[in-house]
Write a protein that binds this ligand. Structure first.
Ligand SMILES: Cc1cc2nc3c(=O)[nH]c(=O)nc-3n(C[C@H](O)[C@H](O)[C@H](O)COP(=O)(O)O)c2cc1C
Length: 326
């Protein structure tokens, strides 16, 4: 029988590493052989201050699982994904088992083609509506992965989100441990293989005009953000909440798969996004957001979406650094 070759497995892993991750920590490891790809958490890359439970670490790894799944489909094989396949080992996050040859669909091809163009985009977005049909499609994509996506539509809900997000952002700015941790993941060297580079960070500066009521995480701690912002428009982004019905490790992995599926589908239509997760980092504010927006499940990612100039790619660690023997 035709089987995936040993040479194709590193290509799948290379693709998986293109997934987004919190602070570009890339908190994953892979083991691949004989048509099986295992995904493991790399807890040494956890962010103890902003993510003590590892929720966002698992969302990040869920994204890598979805990218790996697409990688196997790109190679022309069916794939089965099992989450948390070893109950005794909570770091064994997923097992992908490659199946029989199966042609890639047009939709999968479109998502795969979007991967090199999907970047977290912190630039101001254009004053242009994201079509409601696309939002409906993104809701559908999230549901395919066992998550949900909700547009923050009503002005009272938007106001609630703006206020809680601002409180979270302020609390974090005033927290030396938060700032120290964030600073340790900022990169000013073009050769760095992880972390958030200055080229992905808008320069905030003294007295900078507030472009949006939805405040972005301020990575520009040193005032060396190098992402040039043109134009002075005040943006009105579309803001969506991605969540799950329950709130455990499997849900976080599903949220990560949903996140990247949604981001890639949006990229296909030229729509970019960046997370506004400060409000979800702080448990009390996450609970408040959930209550005040009357959310039945658990918020996992808050995203702003819109049209704008394509952002640049961030670095990834090479495949051999993230590959382990099983
Ligand atoms: C779980 C998770 C949380 C994130 N939170 C934020 C955030 O609050 N603010 C932000 O600007 N980017 C956030 N990001 C985006 C990462 O910084 C980004 O994915 C990483 O730097 C790699 O860049 P790329 O997405 O352009 O490939 C988050 C990503 C993930 C997966």
């Amino acid at each position: 029988m035709d089987r995936i070759s040993a040479e194709q497995l590193p290509e799948v892993i290379a693709l998986a590493t293109r997934a987004p991750s919190i602070h570009n920590t890339q908190p994953w490891r892979f083991a691949a052989a004989d048509g099986v790809i295992d995904v493991y958490a790399d807890r040494g890359r956890k962010l103890p201050v902003v993510d003590p439970t590892g929720r966002q670490l698992l969302i990040s790894c869920g994204g890598a699982v979805c990218y790996a799944r697409l990688g196997v489909r790109a190679a022309g094989y069916a794939v089965r994904v099992e989450l948390l396949p070893t109950p005794a080992d909570p770091d064994h996050l997923a097992r992908l088992t490659v199946g029989d040859p199966l042609s890639t669909t047009d939709d999968e091809r479109a998502l795969l083609a979007a991967i090199p163009h999907r970047h977290t985009n912190r630039l101001p977005f254009e004053d242009r509506e994201v079509p409601t049909a696309l939002i409906a499609e993104l809701e559908h994509r999230a549901s395919l992965e066992g998550a949900w996506l909700r547009l923050i539509e009503q002005s009272s809900d938007q106001m609630t989100t703006v206020v809680l997000l601002s409180h979270a952002d302020e609390a974090q700015r005033l927290d030396p441990a938060y700032r120290e941790e964030l600073e340790s993941w900022l990169r000013f060297d073009a050769g760095a293989a992880d972390g958030v580079p200055a080229t992905a960070v808008p320069h905030v500066g003294e007295g900078a005009e507030r472009r949006s009521a939805f405040v972005l995480r301020d990575f520009d701690l040193r005032g060396e953000g190098a992402l040039p912002i043109h134009g002075q428009q005040v943006e009105r982004p579309v803001v969506v909440l991605l969540g799950t019905d329950s709130d455990g490790p499997a849900d976080w992995l599903r949220a990560g798969q949903a996140l990247v599926h949604v981001l890639l589908r949006a990229t296909v239509d030229g729509v970019a996004a960046s997370p506004l997760n400060q409000v979800l980092d702080i448990p009390a504010l996450r609970t408040q957001l959930r209550g005040q927006l009357h959310v039945m499940g658990f918020p996992q990612m808050l995203l702003r979406m819109g049209y704008g100039r394509e952002a640049t790619a961030t670095s990834r660690r090479p495949v051999d650094e993230v590959t382990i023997d099983r």
